[in-house]
Design a protein around this ligand. Structure first.
Ligand SMILES: Cc1ncc(COP(=O)(O)O)c(C=O)c1O
Length: 393
């Protein structure tokens, strides 16, 4: 699960090179750095992989979301529609811009249900932010169609699915913009890091300046002499992280291949039990970081969990996952109290998430490691078989 699993000599050499050259800042010192810009290489690699016209590296995925929202002009009083099944950073990024998160429902793929999103659109809606969770894509075609119908940009939160695809295209590269995360829990990590992908020149320019105190970046000028475009913040990535990012993206195909083979082997082996894997819009492009089954009832999910645990594998019921389900986030109450610029925040009470609850309370999940022995994989297969027997018979 964590990208440190694949750390080796390549990362050590990439870091040692940056340290030996004492060139840690991603910008400036053009003559001294002799044409070596690691963060820029990381961005170029992301562009080559995804086909996106622009990639901007940032300090983390949360910063990537904030910069994307800011670049699109989302601010106080605006509303952004997103999913209640995500990491809290998605919602925090919206709040950080002064806007109001509006939570739709999910469907059985565990992504934002496009119809639920459409029903929530108001004249204040400034973006729709589907989240691709645990390897699986949200219903992107339908969501982008709704965005186009109402003239609302779609920001893909693809922080969890670096390298995942949907109908042959990379997640994060299909909306107006999309974000990737390389934090320590992700399959590919640079310690902390993020990327925003976009094809939109103007949006890229705004995000690029904003993420670095408004600097208009140019190799023709030394740092500080390039001119400014407005005020900004500091979400710059440094060259150590950039160097790690280049290696991470080089290792991406082999890493995803391993995960996908492991998941396929497990799913093929448990087919005969009749257990239902999470349906996916991107079965081919699943990053395969998670193994999820949807049981017929919450009781069945509990029986599955007990039997699988007894057989050696811990599965969680996703509705109990405090990290990824808005029902558990007490801090959301603060948003309601703010009532920003006259925009009444929606209720975030648990009973507003009944549709999501009905799905997540039947969904059981375990994470997969990149490097797994035959023995470990067989233990999971056996655990799923035991769980299925207990839950479905
Ligand atoms: C769906 C989602 N969005 C955003 C983020 C934020 O990424 P980061 O931890 O790099 O800030 C995460 C990280 O876990 C995430 O899972």
């Amino acid at each position: 699960m964590a990208g440190t699993e694949i750390f080796g000599m390549e990362e050590i050499e990439a870091l040692a090179d940056v340290i030996k050259r004492k060139m840690i800042h991603r910008y400036g010192s053009h003559a001294a750095r002799k044409g070596i810009y690691r963060v820029e290489e990381f961005e170029k690699k992301a562009m080559e992989i995804t086909g996106s016209k622009h990639a901007l590296a940032l300090t983390n995925g949360t910063a990537a979301l904030i910069v994307a929202l800011h670049g699109l002009g989302v601010g106080p009083g605006d509303e952004v529609i997103t999913s209640p099944f995500t990491f809290i950073a998605t919602v925090e990024a919206i709040v950080a811009c002064g806007a109001v998160p509006v939570l739709g429902d999910i469907d059985e793929t565990l992504g934002l249900d496009p119809l639920s999103a459409e029903k929530l659109i108001t004249e204040r809606t400034k973006a729709i932010m589907p989240v691709h969770m645990f390897g699986g894509a949200a219903d992107l075609d339908a969501i982008i169609e709704i965005g186009n119908k109402y003239g609302i940009p779609v920001i893909e939160d693809a922080c969890e699915v670096v390298g995942g695809t949907y109908k042959g295209r990379y997640l994060g590269s299909m909306g107006k913009c999309g974000t990737w995360s390389f934090d320590p829990n992700k399959t590919l990590t640079v310690g902390e890091g993020g990327i925003v992908l976009t094809d939109d020149e103007d949006l890229y320019f705004k995000m690029d300046c904003y993420h670095d105190h408004g600097h208009i970046h140019s190799k023709e000028h030394e740092r500080g002499e390039e001119g400014k475009f407005g005020l900004g913040v500091n979400y710059r990535l440094n060259e150590l992280q950039g160097a790690l990012g280049v290696v991470a993206l080089e290792k991406m195909p082999e890493t995803l291949d391993k995960l996908r083979k492991t998941k396929k082997r497990i799913l093929d082996s448990v087919k005969e039990t009749g257990i239902k894997p999470r349906p996916m819009h991107n079965a081919e492009g699943d990053t395969a970081s998670h193994l999820i089954f949807i049981l017929p009832s919450q009781e069945a999910a509990r029986s599955f969990r007990s039997a699988a645990a007894e057989a050696g594998t811990g599965f969680g019921i996703i509705s109990e996952n405090t990290w990824h389900y808005a029902k558990h986030w007490k801090a959301l109450e603060e948003i309601g109290e703010k009532d920003i610029f006259g925009t009444k925040s929606p209720s975030y009470a648990a009973d507003t998430m009944a549709v999501t609850e009905a799905i997540l309370s039947r969904a059981v999940m375990t994470g997969l490691n990149i490097n797994m022995s035959d023995e470990e994989i067989e233990r999971i297969i056996n655990s799923v078989k035991c769980g299925a027997k207990a839950a479905l018979c």
